[in-house]
Design a protein around this ligand. Structure first.
Ligand SMILES: O=C[C@H](O)COP(=O)(O)O
Length: 255
């Protein structure tokens, strides 16, 4: 079976009550599912309540949508790694395109956040990806230099805990824009870059998931791509029915 993981960033899509309902239903639907980890990234305010509703041995895990690179102190509005761990998070999203777009976060900030997550034992979903739909060369140059900056001074033993999430900005929230060939090419490129930055064994074992414009019509084809180790979706993940179907069917496909 392929090394696989599925995550869903809920962004600011669901209310407190709705988030709990969706998580409860997912936990119930996945009661006998143990093939690979499934992660949800709800809003900070509901993380603790969700953790308390999920059964302790569930494949369903929770993560924060962001974290501070500071450990503690006078940083208004920020959430530290320790705070995420306190409420039961095992994962954290870093460098999402929307944080880059609206909050002007950059590779240097993401590198600091990555280090904070890793030194505290959180597993990062590290988003990478170009902003514009450009030609193959431009995209490859963007991705390889972004990876280099994001992973600057991060040793291999820590980097093994990163889940790389390829999410081109131009595909997020869209329908059918991205070609399967493009996804496979860029995932293979990311693996090559990681082999260069660390080594081949590292690159072969690491998880590279795809996110951006995943629909119920396309997720199966994406899951089958050789260098795709998982899916990262908002659209299909905020509804327990579609998220459950996507998880169970993907498990069939990769088995
Ligand atoms: O973090 C998830 C992505 O931004 C995907 O969003 P989407 O499924 O609406 O395209």
């Amino acid at each position: 079976m392929k090394n696989f993981i599925i995550g869903s960033g809920w962004k600011m899509e669901l209310s407190y009550q709705k988030s709990i309902e969706v998580a409860k239903q997912l936990d119930k639907n996945l009661a006998n599912f143990h093939d690979f980890p499934v992660v949800i990234f709800p809003s900070f305010t509901v993380l603790s309540a969700i953790k308390q509703t999920i059964s302790p041995h569930s494949a369903l895990k929770i993560g924060g949508q962001d974290l501070s690179w500071k450990e503690y102190g006078p940083y208004t509005g920020e959430i530290s790694a320790a705070m995420l761990l306190d409420v039961g998070c095992e994962y954290v999203e870093i460098n999402h395109q929307e944080r880059r777009k609206y909050l002007h976060e950059d590779n240097q900030m993401a590198n600091l956040k990555l280090k904070a997550a890793l030194r505290n034992g959180l597993k990062p979903f590290l988003c990478i990806g170009e902003e514009e739909k450009g030609n193959q060369n431009q995209t490859e140059n963007f991705i390889s230099s972004q990876l280099k900056e994001l992973l600057n001074t991060i040793p291999k033993f820590e980097a093994t805990n990163i889940i790389f999430a390829y999410e081109p900005k131009w595909a997020i929230g869209q329908y059918g824009l991205i070609e399967l060939k493009h996804i496979q090419n860029i995932h293979a490129l990311i693996r090559n870059c990681l082999s260069f930055l660390y080594d081949d064994a590292f690159a072969q074992d690491i998880k590279i998931v795809y996110g951006g414009g995943i629909t119920m019509e396309r997720y199966k084809d994406i899951s089958k791509l050789p260098d795709v180790n998982g899916l990262f979706t908002t659209r299909c993940g905020i509804n327990p029915k579609t998220y459950t179907e996507l998880i169970l069917q993907s498990a069939q496909i990769i088995n």
